[in-house]
Write a protein that binds this ligand. Structure first.
Ligand code: FAD
Length: 411
């Protein structure tokens, strides 16, 4: 079976749904959102806490309410949401290959938006030693188990990681009848807001072990303990528990981008995008956490909206940049989005480049250079690993591509 649409959006999370809404608002019809789950909405569907929608919908909603609202807005803008439909690859002539309960089909589209999100690295990708007992999961899996299926994950949990999402795992554990016995991070400090840490200490009385790494997971059928090492003193100890929650440590869900031949950025490990969220493949755009993992849901939605504006322009003019140069990074900068500069640059979302650093830093001067010439420099108040630091991008339209790659670093 083969059909064609004007725009195919892969992934019905905040980014994909917001893009669908914006395309409708701009008068683009024939928009289809392909979502492999049985319900669209993405991660917020199973994140029951409040705080979703602040910057895109200007209100604070729970995750499920936010997902519902985003679905309604996309449908209200005449987008067709096809759930239970996984995009599994690309055919030789560039169509998307879909698999759904009604079978397999090929979908041709005038433009494709990849909005497949990101996930937390599972245990295998973190190379944690020890046996392979049950009871090791990511926060995403924990949320689905507790909130979507009403399951009981375990009784005593060790949380690996100390980012925003790690603190949200505490509430999920409590909801599922489990207690957190420790939260640990290899870094010298947690990476979330002070209020979250204080709240967690008061409400859940969970100790935070900093500069601590997991050496091994112990247990035969079920987790029995986690062996940890103090990175400062070198001592090891056992933390008895029956559940290990691996939090953060995100990786973009970039399989489709990769098999579609779009260039992958070495820093983000998602498709390399310019300010208009165009990939290296004509007609293929990318938005949300696929392009840089992870931002909050409202920013993912705004990124989807930003891509929609570029898609609408592309459908009208059918022009694609002839050339682009990379934005490269120097440690401790790990990655930046956008990470390519194209001939007709345009401006990124909020006229800012979002970057991530790998170390805690305060009052450091960031510098963007091309061929030894400084294009921009400015002081960043602070850099926290895993949290965005944004640099102004007003200089972008003035970049001359012949001068070669750009470099972002800290003085
Ligand atoms: C545990 C957890 C807690 C969080 N808490 C908060 C919070 O409190 N506040 C906040 O603002 N943000 C929070 N976030 C972040 C927020 O959920 C994300 O920023 C947001 O969901 C990203 O949107 P997205 O559309 O890029 O990706 P996603 O929400 O991940 O959506 C991607 C969608 O694509 C679908 N998909 C992927 N591949 C395919 C394919 N091949 N075919 C078809 N469909 C596909 C997936 O099923 C999914 O529905 C949290 C994230 C996690 C994991």
């Amino acid at each position: 079976v083969r059909r064609s649409v004007r725009v195919a959006i892969v992934g019905g999370g905040p980014a994909g749904l917001a893009a669908a809404e914006e395309l409708g608002r701009r008068g683009v019809d024939g928009v289809v959102v392909l979502e492999r789950e049985l319900e669209a909405g993405g991660v917020p569907r199973h994140a029951v806490h409040q705080g979703f929608g602040l910057r895109d919908l200007h209100r604070s909603l729970s995750g499920p309410r936010y997902a519902e609202r985003r679905r309604g807005l996309a449908e209200g803008a005449n987008a067709r949401i096809e759930c239970g439909t996984a995009v599994t690859g690309w055919s030789a002539d560039g169509a998307l290959e879909l698999t759904s309960p009604s079978g397999r089909e090929a979908l041709e589209a005038g433009a494709v938006l990849l909005a497949t999100g990101c996930r937390e690295r599972p245990r295998a990708a973190r190379l944690i030693a020890g046996a392979r007992p049950a009871g090791v999961m990511t926060t995403g899996t924990l949320q689905q188990l507790v909130y979507l299926h009403g399951g009981r994950p375990g009784r005593r949990a060790v949380i690996v990681g100390a980012e925003h999402v790690s603190f949200s795992a505490l509430a999920t554990l409590a909801h599922g009848g489990a207690e957190a016995v420790a939260m640990l991070t290899e870094l010298p400090r947690h990476q979330s807001f002070a209020a979250f840490r204080i709240g967690a200490a008061l409400r859940y009385r969970v100790p935070l072990l900093t500069s601590t790494t997991v050496v091994a997971i112990e247990g035969r059928e079920r987790v029995e303990a986690v062996r940890v090492r103090d990175l400062d003193g070198g001592g090891e100890r056992l933390l008895p528990c029956d559940l290990v929650v691996l939090t953060a440590n995100w990786v973009p869900e970039a399989e489709l981008a990769r098999t579609g031949g779009t260039e992958i950025d070495a820093g983000t490990q998602g498709p390399a995008v310019d300010a208009s969220l165009r990939t290296s493949r004509e007609g293929v755009f990318a938005a949300g956490n696929l392009t840089g993992a992870a931002e909050t849901a409202d920013l993912a939605a705004l990124s989807g909206r930003h891509a929609a504006a570029a898609i609408a322009a592309y459908l009208q003019r059918r022009s694609w940049p002839a050339a682009r140069v990379p934005i490269e990074y120097q440690a401790p900068v790990l990655w930046a989005v956008p990470n390519r500069v194209a001939t007709d640059a345009g401006q990124p979302l909020h006229r800012r480049i979002s970057m991530r650093g790998g170390e805690f830093q305060r009052l450091r001067r960031a510098r963007v250079e091309q061929g030894g010439v400084t294009l921009w420099s400015g002081v960043l108040p602070r850099i926290v690993p895993g949290r965005p630091a944004r640099i102004r991008a007003g200089w972008l339209p003035g970049v001359e591509l012949e001068q070669g790659p750009l470099r972002v670093g800290l003085d």
